[in-house]
Design a protein around this ligand. Structure first.
Ligand SMILES: NC(=O)c1ccc[n+]([C@@H]2O[C@H](COP(=O)([O-])OP(=O)(O)OC[C@H]3O[C@@H](n4cnc5c(N)ncnc54)[C@H](OP(=O)(O)O)[C@@H]3O)[C@@H](O)[C@H]2O)c1
Length: 331
């Protein structure tokens, strides 16, 4: 019997939290009904249920995802499936993503606000406590400033959060190293994929050394590394991918994908598996949270939660395919 049939996804420790998380996690931004257009609540709920049925136990959401819609859908499913772990995030009070260099943490995460937003998330989720609460943006120069750490202590004491983590600004993996070294973050969430390999420079080693859990996001580069986005792909109005893949970017992408395929001798259909296994090959990674709105994608990705990474030769080849760009900025 395969691991998929028995519903036993391979688990890894989430740093020193004591939690064991499925190495394939569920990213719940896409099911929020905003920014990613076209999600269907019934299919999203089925996808979440199937994820858990196949041994998944780690779901990442955020208050900002549809202003509670993602948390509400996640909560309904998790309440029916006790033992499933939930990570959520507090949006910046000034609503500026990513955090601006030089900003005052009291304008972004004052203690009262941190507590109030956590309580709002718990209402959406219909839960007494959340397993991991994360800041949705971060600046390392906030360390030692403001009163947010008092809020974290109080939330833990009151049983409203079990662990505290930081979701690092897009493409700024070094902007959390001090928080990791100081021991204030029990987990970090970071963009790490075949194109953005910068976490390999310092962050992943620092997390490994300090027992900090690593939650990898955007391992498929918002879908580009799934191989399904072509120059003809059209997104619905208001879908954020009109920005991410705006201008000439869908065309620029193609030679990068073809180069990966030819270097590794794989087909386009093998790209998602290769991209996810690449990330899981790094020993510091605890889980890769993949956005998957359909049962089909859940089944495809959970089949990879078998404890096997890529062979060293393939990983080494992929090191040559890093591509430095920030597509969250408009073209
Ligand atoms: N600042 C932050 O903290 C932040 C920012 C971004 C993301 N996140 C978190 O990270 C999670 C993952 O990132 P993401 O969802 O933005 O992007 P992603 O995981 O890089 O890519 C998601 C895309 O890949 C597609 N996909 C998934 N598996 C596939 C497969 N096997 N074959 C073909 N296509 C596949 C999905 O399709 P379908 O959707 O159609 O299934 C979706 O279009 C988010 O859901 C969220 O939880 C956090």
């Amino acid at each position: 019997m395969t691991s998929q049939e028995t519903g036993t996804a391979h688990r890894r420790p989430l740093g020193n939290t004591g939690l064991q998380v499925a190495e394939v996690g569920y990213g719940a931004w896409g099911i929020s009904g905003k920014q990613w257009i076209g999600a269907d609540d019934i299919e999203s709920t089925r996808a979440l249920e199937r994820y858990i049925e196949l041994g998944g136990n780690f779901i990442d959401t955020a208050l900002a995802y549809g202003e509670g819609h993602s948390e509400t859908l996640v909560g309904e499913v998790v309440r029916r499936n006790p033992g499933t772990l939930v990570a959520t995030k507090i949006p910046p009070k000034n609503r500026i993503w990513p955090a601006r260099a030089g900003s005052d943490v009291q304008d972004v995460f004052p203690a009262e606000y941190v507590i109030a937003m956590t309580e709002t998330s718990l209402k959406h989720l219909g839960m007494q406590g959340v397993d991991v609460q994360q800041f949705h943006v971060w600046n390392d120069d906030w360390l030692g400033n403001g009163d947010w750490q008092d809020a974290v202590t109080q939330l833990k004491r009151d049983g409203k959060i079990r662990h505290f983590g930081i979701s690092i600004n897009d493409h700024q993996p070094n902007n959390a190293i001090r928080a990791v070294e100081a021991g204030v973050a029990e987990t970090v969430q970071v963009i790490y994929n075949v194109f953005d390999q910068t976490p390999q420079q310092r962050l992943l080693d620092a997390c490994h050394a300090h027992g900090v859990g690593v939650i990898v996001r955007v391992a498929l580069d918002e879908g580009s590394l799934s191989g399904t986005i072509t120059p003809e792909t059209a997104f619905e109005k208001d879908d954020f991918r009109n920005v991410y893949f705006g201008g000439n970017r869908k065309t620029e992408l193609q030679p990068h994908l073809r180069a990966i395929e030819s270097d590794l001798g794989i087909s386009t259909a093998q790209l998602p598996e290769t991209a996810l296994r690449f990330v899981l090959s790094h020993p510091a990674v605890s889980t890769v949270i993949v956005g998957m709105r359909s049962v089909r994608n859940v089944e495809r990705n959970m089949a990879l939660a078998d404890g096997r990474g890529l062979d060293a030769a393939a990983v080494s080849k992929l090191h040559g395919h890093a591509w430095d760009r920030n597509w969250y900025d408009p073209a």
